[in-house]
Design a protein around this ligand. Structure first.
Ligand code: GLY
Ligand code: MN
Ligand code: MN
Length: 433
């Protein structure tokens, strides 16, 4: 494993911390029911600094004149390894992942007070895991209990996620490589799903095609619960039941992306179950595509985060007026927010290890400027629920088109461009056997 990127990130965090001790634990294992666990997923901040994917572990960084990087992890346990598989153990973990030292996780409660004593700042993000919060408070209290012997507990607790969020916002070369792999596999899965779709098949059968392609290509998991929504289900934004049969004449909206080596893709395509768009479906589809193209044209370094959204909203507002979904001027539709009846979410979000990735959207009250190395989704939509004031041909049409963009020096690169998105390309793909 190439560990340099992880070591570089630890070194960078140590520099920005200045003084103090950082504690970044991984995620706990969670019971699903009785003896079954949810599939384990490590914490993204922890992974970012370690590359280590075992549960029951924490990164501890000691900043200052003699900085130290420590990994606490499970010890080797031949009996447990028979049942649950390989554990590195501290010694091998230290060497493989390039820490200064690694120690058994069982020694953390004893070591933490020693590490914290005399330090000015504890860098830790409170409020994500009550057990870890209690553990840190207990360690602080053990230092405080020693005050009469001259011990000093950290006077300050600083949220270490704030600095890490800024770092995670700009992807390094290794991350971009991982995101390309996630995008490529997810794109292949969408093409497979399009080819497999036909009237009479069930949403879950198409979900199975997606999952098959993800795993076949080595992705560990879907990055989020796939949405496979036929007909009116496309107007339910977080529809994940995926239980209905697909009807000729309906559209199918698929929002699915895989996670590979901790990085996510997040793609949506909407296409006709029977392979041909109806005129009304085509109108809505081409409106959303035009909104997406307008948004993508605004993904340029220096533009504000909100610029793509504003561009998409303007195109959609005009289209909603043209389709007689809304009346009044385009400016009026935008200012009043009337368009939100049919487009109620934003045009994108940061994308990375988490599908809704880390990073602030505003800085000092202003939408932050886009910078090379940022990765985001571009996902306008139009969801027309049946209602008396909606033209009959448009009722129950829901369309979203979602791609993943990497901000470059010149503008952006669409990482997910390998999935067809024009009416002609989609109809041609679906016409293949
Ligand atoms: N799939 C989640 C989203 O599009 O934000
Ligand atoms: Mn999505
Ligand atoms: Mn998304």
């Amino acid at each position: 494993m190439d560990i340099q990127a992880f070591a570089d990130r630890r070194a960078r965090l140590l520099r920005t911390m200045g003084r103090g001790v950082a504690v970044i634990p991984t995620a706990p294992e969670r019971v699903r029911n009785r003896d079954s666990h949810y599939p384990y997923r490590h914490d993204s901040y922890f992974y970012y600094l370690s590359g280590f994917t075992e549960p029951e572990a924490a990164v501890v960084l000691v900043a200052g004149d003699a900085p130290q990087t420590l990994l606490f992890c499970r010890e080797k346990d031949p009996d447990k390894e028979v049942w649950d598989g390989f554990r590195h153990g501290p010694e091998a973990a230290r060497d493989t992942f390039g820490f200064d030292a690694a120690l058994p996780i069982g020694s953390l409660d004893e070591k933490l007070p020693e590490l914290l004593a005399g330090q000015p700042v504890l860098h830790y993000s409170l409020g994500h895991d009550a057990e870890w919060d209690d553990r840190l408070v207990a360690a602080l209290n053990r230092v405080r209990a020693n005050v009469r012997n001259g011990a000093h507990a950290p006077a300050e607790i600083r949220d270490v996620h704030v600095e890490l969020d800024e770092m995670r916002l700009i992807k390094d070369a290794r991350e971009i490589d991982d995101m390309r792999r996630a995008a490529d596999i997810s794109a292949a899965a969408h093409r497979r799903a399009m080819r497999a779709t036909a009237p009479g098949r069930f949403e879950y059968e198409i979900e199975a095609e997606l999952m098959h392609e993800f795993r076949r290509c080595g992705a560990q998991a879907p990055a989020y619960s796939p949405i496979v929504a036929g007909g009116a289900n496309a107007c339910i934004l977080h529809y994940v039941g995926n239980s209905q049969s697909l009807q000729d004449g309906d559209l199918l909206l698929i929002d699915a992306g895989c996670e590979i080596d901790s990085y996510a893709a997040d793609i949506t395509r909407t296409f006709p179950v029977g392979g041909k768009f109806s005129p009304a479906q085509r109108d809505v589809y081409e409106l959303v595509l035009a909104a997406q193209q307008a948004a993508i044209a605004r993904i340029v370094p220096g533009n504000a985060w909100d610029a793509p959204h504003e561009a998409a909203v303007r195109v959609l507002a005009q289209g909603m007026r043209d389709l007689k979904l809304l009346a009044g001027s385009v400016d009026g539709i935008i200012e009043s927010g009337a368009y939100r009846r049919f487009f109620m979410h934003r045009t994108g979000h940061w994308l990375g290890m988490d599908v809704h990735d880390a990073g602030e959207y505003k800085v000092d009250g202003q939408w932050r400027p886009l910078q090379p190395g940022m990765t985001l989704t571009v996902e306008p939509g139009c969801y027309i629920r049946a209602a008396d004031d909606v033209p009959p041909a448009l009722r129950n049409i829901g369309v979203r088109i979602e791609d993943n963009a990497l901000v470059t020096a010149a503008g952006c690169e669409i990482l997910t461009a390998a999935v067809p998105n024009t009416v002609g390309e989609i109809e041609a793909l679906m016409a293949q056997d």
